[in-house]
Design a protein around this ligand. Structure first.
Ligand SMILES: [Zn+2]
Ligand SMILES: [Zn+2]
Length: 457
């Protein structure tokens, strides 16, 4: 469970227990990995903010009613009620994933969610030169002794393994979302189709990925399967039919239980050196780890800003009104969207839809609110008038006022309307996508958990 209620704000990110959320009234979803949606279901009945792509997946997968889903354009600033301005930024983690930049009387907070840092993030105008009071950081790989190569380098490693097994079929273990570009890159590299389940094919199409996927068994010699299928007994049975190797893309250490299982260090989370580069560049006043139990702050102490941080506003806040969107100068290209890179196309293939498959996915226990530890820069909390929290607010107002007020008014009516069913294309395989995940998850991954500890999402 990776959710947080941000102290001193009405904000909850990836946190779906209203009862435990205290005063939180604005709910945000960073992306659709299952450890970030624990507690989200068809019974959810509050406005929920996320990226447009996550909005589509959310309705399809978890049946959250469309009337509560508020997709917010990535790269734009949105004013929610009178208290919070939020800007969504591509987090380079999986399709639809975003970071949230929150601004209000509580100061300026960047919540990275799960993210893979790239230096192009430094070109993001909304972040450049910005005073960040609190940085909630994806500390999944905050271990200096555990280096990680780039995804491009890890893809080369996978290709090398495949090349050295010319007579083997290849099975790649992935979750329901993420690592799509690895599959696309390998398909292109080896000029083969990637065989997937009907459920996954429909999702690839929903994500508008290049047409390298098929459900036709035997059409290609690379197959993408759920990670839970990569285990000793399945490897044994696959190899009785045909020599088969399995590739496990993960940044975490795994226990290899069969000689034909090959882990590769392909991760959608930032490496330790990338985290350092990011924090050094951003110079926040404080760093708060998102993954509970991770003690990473000490590594970043030397990079923190010495400017006084804003004090969290612990007063009882007014009820938040419906979303009002304001277009600002921040409407710009964010870091290049993963999907935008997907321009490779080939001849479309016919698709045979079969009966829905059982779709196992690791579920994680819900643990409730834990206020993470945080450290602040050396200066004491600001307690006087004119400190950065007040100045930050005025600065924010200045930036947002006087910029295309007409556009802002027009845009507000758009965002006040909840996402409608019209936004969700219907198709042959809707039956698969509308099957609740908890039904699809009937196959327990317990066996797999014994073999592989700590898979990342
Ligand atoms: Zn994730
Ligand atoms: Zn995660």
């Amino acid at each position: 469970m990776s959710g947080t209620v941000i102290p001193g704000t009405p904000i909850a990110v990836d946190f779906w227990s209203v009862r435990r959320a205290g005063g939180a009234r604005l709910f945000f979803l960073s992306h659709m990995h299952s450890d970030h949606t624990v507690g989200l279901s068809s019974t959810w009945n509050r406005p929920l903010y996320c990226s447009p792509l996550t909005a589509r997946l959310l309705h399809r997968r978890l049946q959250v009613p469309t009337c509560w889903i508020r997709p917010l354009e990535v790269g734009q600033s949105h004013i929610l009620g009178e208290e919070v301005t939020v800007t969504l930024l591509d987090s380079n983690h999986c399709p639809g994933s975003v970071m949230f930049l929150f601004e209000g009387t509580f100061g300026t907070i960047l919540y990275t969610g799960d993210f893979r840092y790239t230096s192009t993030m430094q070109g993001e105008p909304v972040l450049r030169g910005r005073h960040i009071d609190r940085l909630y950081l994806d500390n999944t790989h905050c271990h200096p002794q555990r280096p990680l190569p780039s995804r491009q380098h890890a893809t080369h490693q996978a290709a090398h393994i495949i090349r050295t097994h010319p007579r083997h079929q290849v099975v790649i273990g992935v979750y329901s979302l993420g690592k799509e570009m690895l599959l696309v890159d390998l398909a292109v590299e080896f000029s083969t189709w990637v065989v997937v389940s009907p459920w996954r094919l429909e999702q690839m199409r929903l994500l508008e990925l290049p047409d390298v996927f098929t459900t036709e068994e035997g059409a290609g010699w690379i197959r993408a399967v759920d990670v839970a299928e990569i285990r000793w007994d399945t490897l044994v049975s696959w190899n009785m039919l045909h020599p088969t190797i399995a590739i496990l893309p993960t940044g975490r250490p795994v226990k290899v239980t069969h000689p034909n299982i090959h882990p590769i260090p392909y991760s959608d989370h930032s490496s330790f050196s990338e985290l350092c580069e990011f924090v050094k560049w951003l110079k926040p006043c404080s760093v708060i780890p998102i993954v509970k139990g991770g003690m990473c702050q000490a590594y970043f102490q030397e990079y923190l800003s010495s400017a006084p941080p804003a004090l969290p506003d612990l007063r009882v806040l007014k009820p938040v009104q419906e979303s009002v969107q304001q277009q600002s100068k921040r409407n710009r290209q964010g870091p290049k969207c993963l999907l935008k890179r997907a321009v490779w196309h080939s001849t479309p293939r016919g698709v045979v839809y079969e009966s829905p498959e059982k779709y196992p996915e690791k579920s994680e226990e819900f643990r409730g609110v834990e206020v993470p530890q945080q450290i602040y820069c050396e200066s004491a909390f600001c307690l006087t008038e004119g400190c950065s929290c007040h100045m930050g607010k005025e600065k924010g107002k200045e930036e947002l006022s006087g910029e295309q007020p007409g556009v802002a008014r027009a845009a507000s009516t758009v965002s006040q309307a909840p996402v409608s069913d019209e936004h969700f294309p219907t198709g042959f395989a809707e039956q698969y996508l509308l099957t609740p995940l908890n039904v699809l998850k009937q196959n327990s991954s317990q066996k797999f958990d014994k073999l592989v500890n700590g898979w990342e999402k």
